[in-house]
Design a protein around this ligand. Structure first.
Ligand code: ADP
Ligand code: MG
Length: 240
């Protein structure tokens, strides 16, 4: 579904991603882990062109996002993104947060958008919050709304950038549970996370980045039990 070929990203003279090649299959859940500043967010953002790669290719469903004839707006509609800090629309209710883009961007009718939004709120356990404003929600609830909002666009691919890092510990599980359900439903997911438990249990594959280099990738069981590289061993010693 996604093919990344020789991806490089520089900010000025700072090379943040160096020659990354990998792919993500339909329905696969990939966890991206690595030290702070290793380029995880930049990599994720290159997958939906929130950052423009300096060179290399990102091909999604056969469409070269980095090529000359690309409709980035259109491609981005098929990719949901969830951030550390939620980014909900503060002046809209929970329900309106979910219906806004489907109505505005996809031209869905209000009644259809609301019907789908309510089904999504049920799915993330927040059916009773549709009239609430984001400011009245807990962090875990906000993040579940953010996930539901991304799903309202019916994406083929979901990108998560440290979705639980800003949450109080007791709220991490409710968000991870929603993500686990999503993974089980067959969603293709790329998840930057410090939750090694999630990476181990839910991911089909782990990518380990260090200094912008894809140092190692593999099945979680193998990666966590016997990392092949010194750098991965060092990292795991610190976080596990
Ligand atoms: P991670 O998500 O792994 O912590 P990032 O992708 O956020 O790492 O950052 C990797 C490197 O790129 C860091 O050195 C960071 O300072 C730099 N960087 C990220 N975004 C920008 C930007 N917009 N402009 C300049 N430098 C950036
Ligand atoms: Mg980051």
């Amino acid at each position: 579904m996604i093919k990344v070929e020789h991806l490089y990203k520089k900010f000025g003279s700072n090379e943040v991603l160096t020659d990354i090649s990998t792919d993500i299959k339909k329905g696969e859940v990939v966890s991206i882990i690595g030290p702070s500043g290793s380029g995880k967010s930049t990599f994720l953002r290159c997958l939906n062109m929130l950052e423009i790669p300096t060179s290399g290719k990102v091909i999604i469903n056969g469409q070269d996002l980095t090529g000359p004839k690309k409709d980035v707006q259109k491609i981005r509609q098929g990719i949901g993104m969830v951030f550390q800090h939620f980014h909900l629309f503060p002046h809209l209710t929970v329900l309106e947060n979910l219906t806004y883009a489907p109505m505005k961007v996809k031209g869905e009718s209000k009644s259809l958008a609301e019907e789908k939004a309510r089904a999504l709120l049920l799915r993330v356990g927040l059916a009773e919050k549709e009239k609430a404003y984001p400011s009245s929600l807990s962090g875990g609830q906000k993040q579940r709304v953010a996930i539901a909002r991304a799903l309202a666009m019916e994406p083929e691919l979901m990108l998560f950038d440290e979705p639980t890092s800003a949450l109080d510990p007791e709220m991490v599980k409710e968000v991870l549970d929603v993500m686990k359900d999503l993974a089980k439903s067959g969603m293709t997911m790329a998840v930057v996370t410090h939750e090694m438990g999630f990476a181990r249990e839910v991911a089909d594959r782990v990518l380990f980045l260090d200094h912008g280099i894809l140092v190692e990738e593999g099945k979680p069981l193998e990666f966590f039990a016997s990392p092949k590289t010194e750098r991965a061993r060092d990292f795991l010693e610190k976080v596990l």
